[in-house]
Ligand binder design. Structure first.
Ligand SMILES: *Cc1c(COP(=O)(O)O)cnc(C)c1O
Length: 464
């Protein structure tokens, strides 16, 4: 690593973009990563987990280069963040230019144009052509918390409805809204009040016929709202239009529009958490677009900042303006460097037509995942949209979750230089979130590694 850094300095500070090819030079993690990981363990809380303990030297396009010189194919994008790549030229250039001018003023003290430009872009890009306004924050959890604050102030109602398998963050309110206990909630209670949960239509696991999942999930939600909570006490229903951490669960057609219709009929706000699905990821600018729903408020983060921490709530102007001045904000909310990065990321998404690119990725990958589903008894389901695709692993011949199989397949991918993530309420889903700018050859190479990891797993005795 020091050699490469010096070489970078000699080129006038320019770090060369990594060669877009998978290269496995050492065991993964290699010796340098292992050494650094030991230092980490001595100095950093065990409360942070790690998917793959390699230390990164540089990254870009579809490649992560580690300190041992391995070129790993990135099917994670830092959890759906670096959709434009981890060093997109438009992001790097705007960040460089902004840091030279100023790094921070605090938008609540003195203003700057980047914040306004990002807000204008979000008002334009998010679903619906009604008058909209935006508030910028720093993390996804903060966006969700603030959407709830706005919904409560605007409706003067306390309750929030969330769904099974939901993930909304790690702060007190958002961890309460999150469904999964271990590791997100366990031991961290008591939780925030006035959060109620309804079933989410998970087609693969819906009891009975999955064709009725949308309708039956809606019936249950309506019953919970009307008979248990009281519709006039409900400020908002918060939904991920495709669930992320919960397992890339795509609700059946009709569910989201049914939710919207019910919410409208009762003066309940529909809040879309598009933190993972947003900005071209699913083959539409937002996943709400697949069913044409128009949420009252939409939360974004992750890919918005092109790798810099930035989040937003965008919504109907009259709702966004219901909060008195000073009620929203944050020292770093809409930081100028993060706004500059976001403008670079949004420009890249639009100019390089990454919405279309996400659809192409689906067209390349999905048929091969379907083949795997047909030929591998451990693959129970494949699903997703655009460049948000997943395999659910089960015990052969059943739908019993097989988290150990998912872990084993992920470990095989990691050892062969492909970074994949595991997710799902039952820890048995392998998800793919490649940067949208990944080239075809790299994507197909990663897919071959995944395929052989699944097949190798099957022939290994005693693991399933
Ligand atoms: C990641 C995520 C969050 C939380 O975002 P942070 O930036 O980690 O706070 C919230 N909702 C969804 C759907 C997410 O994927």
């Amino acid at each position: 690593m020091p050699d490469e850094r010096q070489a970078g300095a000699a080129r006038g500070g320019c770090v060369e973009a990594p060669e877009q090819r998978r290269i496995v030079r050492t065991a993964i993690p290699g010796p340098r990563s292992t050494q650094l990981h030991k230092r980490r363990q001595a100095s950093i809380t065990d409360g942070f987990g790690v998917t793959l303990p390699v230390f990164v030297e540089r990254a870009g396009g579809g490649i992560i280069v580690d300190v041992d010189g391995n070129h790993l194919i990135d099917l994670a994008s830092g959890i759906a963040v670096t959709s434009v790549g981890a060093a997109a030229p438009a992001v790097v250039e705007r960040v460089r230019e902004q840091t030279e001018r100023f790094t921070h003023t605090c938008f609540m003290v003195t203003e700057y144009d980047g914040f306004v430009e990002v807000a204008e872009a979000l008002n334009r890009l998010t679903p619906g052509d009604h008058p909209k306004k935006t508030a910028l924050f720093t993390t996804g959890a903060e966006a969700v918390e603030n959407a709830v604050k706005i919904a409560r102030t605007a409706t003067r109602r306390p309750a929030v409805i969330v769904l099974d398998h939901a993930y909304h963050g790690r702060t007190l309110l958002t961890m309460t809204m999150t469904a999964k206990n271990v590791p997100y909630k366990d031991g961290f209670g008591p939780y925030a009040p006035e959060v109620y949960r309804a079933p989410f239509p998970y087609p693969y696991r819906w009891p009975g016929c999955s064709r009725h999942a949308a309708e039956q999930a809606l019936d249950r939600l309506k019953d919970i709202v009307l008979s248990q909570v009281g519709a006039d006490r409900v400020a908002a229903i918060v939904v991920e239009p495709i669930q992320g951490e919960g397992g890339f669960i795509v609700p059946p057609p009709g569910y989201l529009s049914g939710l919207q219709e019910f919410a409208r009929a009762h003066g309940i706000l529909l809040v879309a958490d598009e933190i993972q699905t947003g900005f071209a990821r699913t083959g539409d600018m937002f996943a709400c677009g697949h069913e044409g729903i128009v949420p009252d408020l939409i939360c974004t983060a992750k890919a918005l900042g092109g790798g810099m921490p930035l989040s937003a709530v965008t919504g109907r102007a009259e709702l966004m303006d219901a909060v008195p001045a000073g009620g929203l904000g944050g020292t770093y909310a809409g930081n100028p460097v993060a706004c500059a990065a976001a403008l670079g990321a949004l420009e890249t998404i639009e100019q390089e037509n990454l919405v279309e690119r996400a659809r192409t990725i689906e067209a390349l990958v999905m048929p091969r995942l379907r083949d795997l589903e047909k030929t591998s008894p451990v693959v129970g389901d494949v699903r997703g949209r655009g460049a948000m695709l997943a395999l659910e692993l089960v015990r052969p011949g059943t739908t019993d979750p097989a988290p150990d199989v998912a872990k084993d397949i992920a470990a095989r991918c990691h050892a062969d230089g492909v970074v994949v993530l595991v997710c799902g309420t039952y820890g048995n889903v392998i998800r793919m979130l490649p940067p949208l700018v990944i080239d075809d050859a790299l994507l197909l190479d990663a897919l071959s590694v995944l395929e052989s990891s699944v097949r190798e797993h099957v022939v290994t005795p005693g693991t399933c």
